[in-house]
Design a protein around this ligand. Structure first.
Ligand SMILES: Nc1nc2c(ncn2[C@@H]2O[C@H](COP(=O)(O)O)[C@@H](O)[C@H]2O)c(=O)[nH]1
Ligand SMILES: [Mn+2]
Length: 282
């Protein structure tokens, strides 16, 4: 997988990739950002993005992959947020665009393109993952797939009204829908079923990246990863982190996933608890 999928911050394919929807990229996206959109399709990204093999207490082996639109969605949101702030300076960061206006429609169109790029990105990596596994585990069969966003807006009907639902750090969890709530790189993750239309999308952090790398010890982090295959810790990048080991993704930097799940049992029904076997981080 390390050979097939570019992993890590700023790493994409050497050559531009093909995708039938690249001609819908907005004209204002130019230069390096445009080039990256072509080269990043099918690459993981850095930080908390991951590819994992997990053993489920449902008897299945689960392949988990966390990656999104690789900065495209961020660029689109940033651009239109800027336009909204120019239209409504009195609202500061809470400025908005009217959904029916030309500018609002342009934002929704471009956001939806990023929301198509993200699953396409994941699908390419997952295809490589399945093929790689197919070589090593003869006869393996793949069952269902759960593919879900956690930073987006969608028009939905609730209580008989059409409304825009913004899920920033939340996933949809409508009747009949299954979701994924990752813990962190050592502890378990969960597959969950329907709730009050949304639920938490992850465990979430307890400490910042720099704080974790300063305060945690390598030994304690290694202990927290006992039994999970991973590539170990690398040096922190950038001036501020000089001389430090990057422990920013260690399990101790995240909330306890079992407590997070317990706190939202009135919203969700856990379907499977997954124990990580191997982790590839970005
Ligand atoms: N199963 C794993 N979960 C992880 C890992 N690293 C982080 N995480 C969890 O995912 C979210 C990502 O949050 P986002 O809002 O930035 O998308 C993070 O909060 C952790 O709970 C991992 O290696 N494996
Ligand atoms: Mn994410």
């Amino acid at each position: 997988m390390k050979r097939r999928v570019p992993l890590g911050e700023g790493r994409g394919h050497e050559k531009p990739q093909n995708w039938s929807r690249f001609d819908e990229l907005p004209d204002w996206l130019d230069g390096r950002a445009r080039e990256l959109a072509f080269k990043n399709l099918g690459s993981l990204g850095g930080g908390n993005h991951f590819i994992e093999i997990q053993a489920g207490d449902d008897g299945l082996v689960w392949l988990l992959l966390h990656s999104g639109s690789r900065n495209l969605g961020y660029r689109i949101a940033e651009r239109h947020h800027q336009i909204a702030k120019e239209r409504h300076p009195e609202l500061g960061d809470l400025a908005f665009l009217e959904a029916g206006s030309e500018e609002g429609r342009a934002y929704i169109r471009e956001m939806n393109l990023a929301l198509a790029y993200a699953p396409e990105n994941r699908a390419r990596m997952m295809a490589a993952f399945k093929e790689t596994l197919g070589h090593t585990c003869a006869g393996v069969t793949f069952l269902k797939e759960i593919n879900i966003h956690h930073n987006y807006a969608a028009k939905e009907e609730h209580f008989g009204e059409p409304v825009w639902v913004h899920r920033k750090g939340a996933t949809s969890a409508q009747a009949g829908e299954e979701g994924i709530i990752p813990g962190s790189m050592g502890p378990p993750s969960y597959i969950v079923a329907e709730s009050f239309a949304s639920c938490s999308h992850v465990a979430g952090r307890t400490m910042g990246r720099m704080a974790a790398s300063r305060m945690l010890s390598k030994n304690a982090c290694d202990r927290a990863m006992a039994g999970v295959v991973f590539y170990g810790w690398h040096a922190m990048r950038g001036k501020k982190g000089r001389g430090l080991l990057d422990l920013s993704e260690a399990p101790q930097a995240y909330k306890n996933i079992d407590e997070v799940i317990a706190a939202e049992l009135d919203l969700i029904e856990p379907v499977a608890r997954l124990r990580p076997l191997g982790v590839l981080k970005g």
